[in-house]
Ligand binder design. Structure first.
Ligand code: FAD
Length: 303
C-alpha cells in the first residue's frame, strides 16, 4: 500500500548564530540580519516521509507558511526528494500565534489527500512545540509526538516508538495520523545532485513575477501579466512550479488568522545574555586534561 505524506516545514532564523548585532534595541530578534534555515527537526520529519515513500511508494508534499523567501526550504525539499511543494504566504497571516498558524495549516492540509502528516517536534525560533498537536486536533486525527522510530507500517496500522525522556514507549494506531518527529529519529539525507539540477529553476508565482519584472523593465503592465502567465504555465508543465496558496484559496475564516485569530499577548521581552564569567587555560597534555576532568567531577558537572 502506498502512503501520501504531508510534511510541515518552517523556515527559521539560524538561532545558533545570534550575536549582539542581530538583536534589536528592544530585545527582539532582527530576523533580516540572520541566516534563514530549514527548521532542523522538520528535516527529520521530511526524511521519515521520504523513507516511507522509498519503502511503500506514495507522494511527499511539503507545506510551509511564511514569507515569500520560505520558497528556499521548499526548493531544498524538492532537492532531497519531495514530490510537491506548497507555499502559504499572505500578508493576512502576519502576527499569527500558534493557534492561528495551526488553523491556517489545517485549512491547507484539508485540501490534500493524506495518510500521514509529519511535523518537526519544535521550531527553533518559536520553540513552543504546539503547532503539531494543535494541527492534529484541528484535523481531528490521532497525534503521536516525540517520534524516534517507525517500527511498522502495515495497511492502515502504524507502530512507532516515541521518546519519553528517560525511556521509550511503543504506540500502535490507525491512519490517518499526525507525527511530531525528533532529531534522533534519523539522519536527514542530503540534496541529490540530479534533483538539484532539475529543481534549481523551480519557482513560486511570486518569484516568477519578480524575475519577469526585473528582466523586462520597459514592458507595460499588460505585457508583464502575459509574461507571468506564460512562465507559470511553462514551469507547471515541467513540474517546476512551487504552488502558492493564499488564505482565500484555502478557504480560511479570516477571523481565525493573523492578529484577530491570535489570543497570545506578549507582555514583556527579556534579553538573556549568556556570557562566561571566567575562563581557564588547560594545558594540552594528559596531565592537563586529567586535572580538568577531576575538577569537573568535583564540581558535579560530570559524573
Ligand atoms: P512549533 O510549535 O515549535 O513548531 C512545531 C512544528 O510545527 C514545526 O517543527 C513544523 O513542523 C510545524 N510548523 C510550525 N510553524 C510552521 C509554519 N509556519 N509552516 C509550516 N510548518 C510549521 N511569527 C512570524 O513569523 N511573524 C509574525 O508576525 C509573528 N507574530 C507573532 C505574534 C504573536 C503574538 C506570537 C505569540 C507569535 C508570533 N509569531 C510570529 C510566532 C509564531 O506564532 C510562531 O512562529 C508559529 O506559530 C509557530 O510556532 P513555533 O515557532 O513555536 O512552532
Amino acid at each position: 500500500m502506498a502512503y501520501n505524506c504531508v510534511v510541515l516545514a518552517k523556515q527559521v532564523p539560524d538561532t545558533k548564530r545570534i550575536t549582539g548585532q542581530v538583536m534589536n534595541d528592544d530585545g527582539t530578534v532582527n530576523r533580516s540580519a540572520l541566516l534563514a534555515i530549514f527548521n532542523p527537526e522538520d528535516l527529520n520529519a521530511l526524511e521519515l516521509a521520504l523513507q516511507i515513500k522509498d519503502k511503500f511508494g506514495g507522494q511527499v508534499t511539503v507545506i510551509s507558511m511564511g514569507p515569500p523567501t520560505a520558497a528556499a526550504i521548499l526548493r531544498d525539499s524538492l532537492f532531497r526528494g519531495a514530490d510537491d511543494a506548497i507555499l502559504i504566504t499572505d500578508p493576512r497571516c502576519a502576527a499569527s500565534d500558534t493557534l492561528a498558524t495551526s488553523y491556517i495549516l489545517s485549512c491547507a492540509v484539508k485540501k490534500l489527500d493524506y495518510d500521514i502528516v509529519l511535523c518537526g517536534r519544535q521550531a527553533i525560533d518559536g520553540d513552543t512545540a504546539q503547532v503539531g498537536p494543535q494541527l492534529a486536533e484541528k484535523l481531528g486525527i490521532t497525534q503521536i509526538t516525540y517520534v524516534e522510530e517507525l517500527t511498522e507500517l502495515n495497511g492502515k496500522t502504524i507502530t512507532l516508538r516515541r521518546n519519553i525522556g528517560n525511556g521509550w514507549q511503543q504506540v500502535k494506531t490507525t491512519l490517518p495520523v499526525l507525527l511530531t518527529v525528533i532529531s534522533d529519529a534519523n539522519e536527514p539525507r542530503v540534496a541529490a545532485a540530479k534533483k538539484m539540477m532539475k529543481y534549481k529553476n523551480a519557482l513560486t508565482p511570486i518569484e516568477i513575477e519578480k524575475k519577469v519584472k526585473s528582466e523586462n523593465l520597459q514592458a507595460d503592465e499588460a505585457e508583464i501579466k502575459e509574461l507571468i502567465t506564460h512562465k507559470c504555465s511553462e514551469l507547471k508543465e515541467k513540474g517546476l512550479l512551487i504552488k502558492h496558496w493564499d488564505l482565500n484559496f484555502i478557504g480560511a475564516d479570516l477571523s481565525w488568522c493573523g492578529r484577530s485569530g491570535s489570543p497570545t499577548q506578549v507582555h514583556r521581552i527579556q534579553s538573556v545574555v549568556l556570557a562566561a564569567k571566567e575562563s581557564k587555560n588547560i594545558e594540552p597534555s594528559d596531565d592537563g586534561i586529567a586535572d580538568m576532568v577531576h575538577e569537573l567531577i568535583e564540581d558535579k558537572i560530570i559524573a
